[in-house]
Design a protein around this ligand. Sequence first.
Ligand code: PLP
Length: 360
Amino acid sequence: MKNRVFNFSAGPATLPEDILNEIKDELLDFNGIGSSIIEISHRDKIFIEVAQKAEQQVRNLLSVSDDYDVLFLQGGATLQFSMIPLNFKHLGATASYAEVGSWSAKAIKEASKICDLRICSSSKANNFTNIDDFSEWSIDQNDAYVHYCKNETIQGIRITQSPSFGKPAFVDMSSCLFSEKIDIDQYDFIYACAQKNFGPSGITLVIAKKELLAQSSTELPNILKYNAHAAENSMLNTPNTFGWYVAGKMFDWYEANGGVDKMEERSINRTNSVYKVIDGSDFYTNPVNPEQRSICNVVFTIDDPDLETKFMSEAAEHGLQYLKGHRSVGGMRASIYNALPDDAVSTLVEFMKDFEKKNG
Ligand SMILES: Cc1ncc(COP(=O)(O)O)c(C=O)c1O
């Protein structure tokens, strides 16, 4: 379609055009039932099939064993910031949180209202541009769990190590799930909101060890209790049926496009092509330790702020949209999630080189 832009939004993010067309086609009549999928009961076998297929696809795509529950929850990744300590603070005297960027800092702020927490590592002093090796994190034997964010969407920095803290690892993978290979067995609890890599906002995937969820606090209302959601197959109440249905379409798309292995290779290649322009110039800057740079969110600045405004308005003329950095850090950010077409990245790379030539 002619008027679709190259959409670098950090989330809600772009979806494949084919999927949007399929949704459009199915919106009045899903598979000949005479209704859309969002107009029927979540308890109807037609929706249950959609839901179960999506869960199975998550298991296949990420090699999730039967030792884990896969939940489709609501309330965004943000609700997880509170649900995690509410459910699991009783597993220890304190909980360890790493402060490695804005989202992990938000998780800390929420959890500190609920449990006694310790900051086991912080990169605030270096402006979240370099994260300590796990061996330097201070985990206490009385900690209930360790929490961190694997890819900080705002600062464009990621952790590549797998956890082995001797304590359950709770990891926010909102902006990197399905973009990189992970060994699920190394994690106890993973969560991710959908609006980067698998659909519209309002649905959150939780992949967690069954034996951990079985220890959810018994004192909570059901809606806040993980094991209550698990017992009801994420249908304790009416789920976000539209989000779940679109997520299933994204999982079809992953299966048809080489799965997570391919997505990782592609994410590395595509973000490297942008980092190469940045590193090859005195005009653009990325402050992140090169070994920890995100393969999903590329942040960069131009020394002269007036040129940044010009950059974004000229980029928009080339169909390159939503490149503004997060309001808390400024600069530019190109979010390169899986559904973004390759042409978007190559057009950005050419535009950046050309803009530097004209203005550098
Ligand atoms: C890493 C990370 N964690 C959490 C969130 C919050 O997600 P939500 O807005 O769905 O609550 C975001 C959203 O952008 C994010 O990037």
